[in-house]
Design a protein around this ligand. Sequence first.
Ligand code: GAP
Length: 472
Amino acid sequence: MSQQATLQKISNLAKRRGFVYPSSEIYGGLESAYDYGYYGTLLKNNIRDLWWRMFVLDRDDMVGLDSSIIVNPQTWVASGHVGSFNDALIDDKVTKERFRADHLIENWVEKNQSKLKEEHKDVDVAGMSLDEMAEFITEYGIKSPNGNELTKPRKFNQLFETEYGVLAEGKNTVYLRGETAQGIFLSYKNIIDTMRVKLPFGVGQVGKSFRNEITKGQFIFRTLEFEQMEIEYFFNPKESDWKAIFEDWKEQSTRFYDELGIDRENLRYREHSDKERSHYSSQTFDIDYKFDFGFKELLGIAYRGDYDLKQHMEHSGKDLRFTDPKTGEKFLPHVIEPATGLNRAMLAVLYEAYREEDLGEGKTRTVLKIKPQLAPIKVAVFPLQKKSELEESAKNLHKKFKLAGIISEFDNSGNIGKMYRRQDEIGTPFCVTIDFDTETDNAVTVRDRDTMKQERINVNDIVEYIRNKVSQ
Ligand code: GAP
């Protein structure tokens, strides 16, 4: 992350500049729910499109999918989510406020490293059972953030339930999907029947998932609904070494964060302990990003084996085995799953890009140094003077950019310095000004966001010039 970025500053800028708004704010909002404004939507779409291109369109061993959010509820019984998709919930005995018990313990552990070192205690919070958490809280007298006693931790299922119509025999509970991954397993048979895929192959999907999160106040890092970009990569365990595929996906996933402009220094790989791993995984690695509130997960890579296909085969009674075209042998493929969050990727991009720069003479600027390929607006066009011929020419150039498919913004709202500052804060890599010389030298001034250097470019070349600088 940039040294100056904090969650407070990023969320303030995001609201002030139309990236992210608190959802339903006129009614007091809803914690952990956000709306994406114009610039936020553009940035998020650019990140999503990059992922889709890198992992689906550019590869011959991948296909894509867009599956339903609400599916047959047996899915979530078979996948284990109804039984095991739980967080450890704990209440403040006085205020009745609810917290994630593991998060309270993690915070306490972070602040009491030296004490635990003295006691030679190595604490694996993510792997703790409910009883172990209760013991730890009692042993160290951990209180709620309000300083009050806590209840015992208990299980809290994260799936959102809703009702699907009314059947003759009564209500029918369905769930909003807790991960996009299950949609891929549900469509797996249709995909192998229709897409001429050969093992190993993968299915990529981007879409919304929903989780009843207890932890609040982490802006778009942890929300009730969020977008996941998930891949299930199927292979024959007799022919492919899962460790090699796993390593390859670690490298490919890191390359994605390189493409987002994230410094590798700010990334950390973390292997899940045996106790921490999800019910379906026999190895999991996270890629974490260094936020100001600690290293936190952006992506998880899990070796799910044949867990999901086996479960769905048992629960549905349908044969989901793959037939080896050479030997005719029937078997269930194994799966490696790189799963990442789009909103978290966007938050990391904002953290990485955020700068407060001292311009001398008491002047400062805030600038988002987002890679031009990802920037929401690629170019802003200004006339040096309002209500003049310059304005007409600037509008025409703005239109020319748009016709060329380059996202452009026209602004004649204030003085040039203010217009630059505004574009800096939304990360626009280039500003083009039509000035009094344009008519005589047929050139415009192009100002670079990062260096603030200006150069004159001929009007006839300007669209190509910007296109070359901002294209993927
Ligand atoms: N199918 C595997 C799976 O869902 P996960 O680690 O629970 O794994 C994958 O989720 C990614 O989804 C995470 O690495 C994170 O980036 C994102 N994610 C999970 N919960 C989230 C939440 N409540 N808000 C925003 N992003 C979330």
